[in-house]
Design a protein around this ligand. Structure first.
Ligand code: SAM
Length: 278
């Protein structure tokens, strides 16, 4: 089956995409080619695709990768996907929710490249889940809303800079690759999209001490953006204000600054000092 035949099938079946599942399909061959190129896929690769939809991108992945595992939550699409992938013995579709599947078990603990045109309603939880299992995922090429791509690559102090930016920067090198106009999708979403590439570092870019505590510190400082760093930290971690001030000063951060102005390095230093103090 080729992409034209997939389209005919969707039409013949009267398939109606579900907004609630973030279904915006992309069949544009040029964009698909750019995504596949960005993931540097070859026969030695195992690829995890999140949300294959009708299989336009899956088809190209299956043609090039040694193995593809595509996880799709919408059971209406499974028969079509199975048919699309039938000629490729290395590719299979798994019916399931990417936020619930046991990822290490699914991949038999092997590492995989992640390629996905993500369902936008769960972008952030999916990103955090992938980060949590990052030892399995050295490289990810993801289509996200353009505004999310901006957040992923934002600079400290900008309005897009947030917990997502800091967590990603600690564990991955993020690149904004290219913008994809809304008009290329069916149905057309309200906003443009962008493709980003994440290369996972073998260890965090800065030492942070305790990773769980680091995540809480980041959350605390972005959870209350209008407060000073001292207030946000004291509130978020449930420690005395004087203690929060002391820790910030020890990390070389003026306690009167806003959390959103801290660099990733400053967050890391703060995390480390808090971890040592425990
Ligand atoms: N990859 C296809 C393409 O590029 O045309 C479809 C992309 S569409 C933006 C997102 C896909 O993710 C849909 O097929 C949707 O059904 C699927 N999806 C939504 N929630 C999911 C979940 N929790 N787990 C797995 N797939 C999901």
């Amino acid at each position: 089956m080729d992409s034209k035949e997939i389209k005919e099938r969707l039409r013949a079946e009267g398939f109606r995409p579900r907004k609630s599942l973030g279904q915006n399909f992309l069949s544009d061959p040029r964009t698909i080619e750019r995504i596949v190129q960005a993931a540097e896929i070859g026969p030695e690769d195992l690829v995890l695709e999140i949300g294959p939809g009708a299989g336009f991108l899956t088809l190209e992945l299956a043609r090039r990768a040694g193995e593809v595992i595509a996880v799709e939550v919408d059971r209406r699409l499974i028969p079509l996907l199975e048919e699309v992938l039938a000629p490729y013995p290395g590719a299979r579709v798994v019916a399931g929710d990417i936020l619930k599947v046991d990822l290490p078990a699914l991949l038999a603990n092997r590492s995989a490249k992640v390629v996905a045109n993500l369902p936008y309603y769960i972008t952030t939880p999916v990103l955090f889940r992938l980060l949590e299992h990052r030892r399995l995922f050295p490289l990810m090429v993801l289509m996200v809303q353009k505004e999310v791509a901006r957040r992923m690559t934002a600079s400290p102090g900008s309005k897009e800079y947030g917990a997502l930016t800091v967590n990603l920067a600690l564990y991955t090198k993020v690149e904004y690759l290219f913008t994809v106009p809304a008009g290329l999708f069916w149905p057309r979403p309200e906003v443009d999209s962008a493709v980003v590439r994440l290369r996972v570092f073998s260890k965090p870019f800065y030492p942070v001490g305790d990773e769980g505590l680091f995540a809480r510190v980041v959350q605390a400082l972005f959870g209350q953006r209008r407060k000073t760093a001292a207030n946000a930290l004291s509130h978020g971690l449930g420690i005395a204000r004087e203690e929060a001030e002391k820790v910030l000063l020890a990390a070389g951060v003026d306690p009167g600054r806003r959390g959103e102005t801290l660099s990733v390095e400053e967050f890391a230093r703060l995390g480390q000092i808090l971890a040592e103090r425990k």
